[in-house]
Design a protein around this ligand. Sequence first.
Ligand SMILES: C[S@@+](CC[C@H](N)C(=O)[O-])C[C@H]1O[C@@H](n2cnc3c(N)ncnc32)[C@H](O)[C@@H]1O
Length: 329
Amino acid sequence: MIREYIRLFKARGYMKRNLPFLYSWHAYVGYELDLYEAFKKPKTVDEVSKDLTLNEDLLVRWVEVGGVIGYLKQRSKQRYQTVKRFMVPSSKNNPRSTGVLLKEMMELHIPTLIKYPKLMREDQKETFDQKEHGMVVAQTSSLLEQLAVPRVMKVIKEAKPKTLVDVGCGSGGYLQKLSNKFPKVRMTGIELNEEVAEEAAKNCQEQERIKIICADVQEWTPESKVDFVMINNVLHYVSSEERVKLFKSISQWLNKKGTLSVVTPIHNSKHGGQFSSVFNSFFTAFENLYPLPSEKDLQELARSSGMKVERMKPIIKEGGWYQITLTKK
Ligand SMILES: C[S@@+](CC[C@H](N)C(=O)[O-])C[C@H]1O[C@@H](n2cnc3c(N)ncnc32)[C@H](O)[C@@H]1O
């Protein structure tokens, strides 16, 4: 009898812990089909399914869940309206919508984690498709900028560089913000993904002092020494052997008093253990993505490339995200 209760409680526990998934699922579907926009004004399911040519049975269910979790409100017998404007992602038409994070989680992270049994049994790994996912990943990464940029600005203020290189600059968000604050600094963004590099060039076209180069950083060298290099959320694209090479190259690019600023989640750090462990589970499922560095790995990278770690400051504690400042020895 007791055993049966334990069984029941265990099952109940899994179900309860999985409840938050409902909110993410609803928000993901709402973002992907722009349904929160469609229900911005009170509408019937029939109207929306006709307007957007969507299966009505499924839309009825989505609306029903929305009502239960409080993302939609029934305004009349048949009309529903989006209510929690703060909780739901803004429209897909907004390039700054937080929906990209849901897209990455639902289309990339969760399906990959679910493949674990298959990957383990078949002793194989996935290949991360840069072309397919590059843009979404760069967009979600930019969500961090808001918190990381002030920290990086502080480091730049102290280093007073004339030249700066952003390794794996994504769509150029950091460069834009930093160039507004430090308009005299000549900045170069290096980006591997062609589509993302084009987007970065477009975003930075007003700022003459920013140059975007589409290149693999492992095969690129600056024409002359630089004062400041930053590498934000890129280390998981680089294997541990290549990281050593990359840090050595960066150390050589830098002037004697040059500074390297790294933004990355750290594995086994004091903060954010859950996040970094699940990130690592995700990265390890791909043959071309690599686990996050630990604090010790970073110290070792600095040592082997003739640099030293000056500071490691948490940016988002629950995510284990840090900004790390290195200087030449
Ligand atoms: C997660 S995004 C981070 C973008 C930006 N730094 C940020 O923090 O918002 C990583 C970027 O690094 C780029 N990248 C990866 N490996 C690279 C390489 N070897 N050379 C240049 N860029 C690279 C990817 O294409 C991607 O746009």
